[in-house]
Design a protein around this ligand. Structure first.
Ligand code: MD3
Ligand code: FE
Length: 201
């Protein structure tokens, strides 16, 4: 795991938020539901790129179309692709950029990211807006955990051993950033999804 504190300056953060506002106008935030129970997540989501992560009563999966509007996900901003190139150490570009929007007490329980076919690629996360308390542990549920604050402009790279660690967001500290006029936090999570094509790199 690598934490790049303050990788994006204020102007870069503002430019990225402007691009995200345009994308969300085309691919609206949706409220994912837990598989089986149908319980709603407290985080709202959308996606950018060729594949997007969705969750509903039928399960978790990646798909090419927005679940509500039925159109392809908007493209990833170039700034996002540039961050992946700088920090991922992976030759191919990300296929999915999950946009998580935290507002009004939203949090995310401890989980592993296991819905991808390719675990050799890292997951890259970009934080914007209010500071979050990120919790992470080992690869077994119930082990020891630690916390790390993720502030606006921070980039986190989860590769190697850390790729399959349990992690979540305990809380978002309201009023810790002026980036988003209405407050809250945006997290962008960049991922490779499909099987690596061995020998083609
Ligand atoms: C550690 N998102 O979308 S980002 C998720 O802030 C997710 O919205 C959180 O967990 C958020 O799945 C945490 C940091 C992060 C992202 C992916 C990881 C940490 C990770 C994948 C593996 C291990
Ligand atoms: Fe996750």
């Amino acid at each position: 795991m690598k934490h790049y504190s303050g990788m994006l300056d204020r102007a870069e953060q503002e430019a990225l938020v402007s691009e995200l506002r345009l994308a969300v106008a085309k691919a609206p935030l949706f409220i994912p539901l837990m598989p089986r129970t149908g319980r709603p997540f407290s985080v709202r989501m959308t996606n950018l790129g060729s594949l997007g992560w969705v969750s509903d009563r039928n399960g978790y999966r990646y798909q090419g179309l927005h679940p509500d509007v039925g159109t392809p996900w908007p493209p990833m901003p170039q700034a996002v692709l540039d961050i992946w190139s700088k920090v991922s150490g992976y030759k191919q570009p990300p296929e999915a950029c999950l946009v998580n929007f935290y507002q009004g007490g939203a949090k995310m329980g401890l989980h592993q990211d296991k819905d991808e076919e390719d675990f050799s690629a890292p997951v890259v996360s970009i934080s914007l807006g209010d500071t979050a308390v990120f919790r992470f542990g080992g690869t077994e549920r119930g082990g020891k955990t630690s916390t790390l604050k993720l502030a606006s402009g921070d980039v986190l790279v989860m590769g190697g051993e850390s790729r399959l660690c349990f992690h979540g967001i305990d809380r978002v500290n309201v009023g810790t950033s002026t980036l988003l006029k209405e407050g809250g936090r945006i997290n962008l999570t960049l991922r490779r999804v499909t099987k690596p094509n061995i020998g083609n790199s």
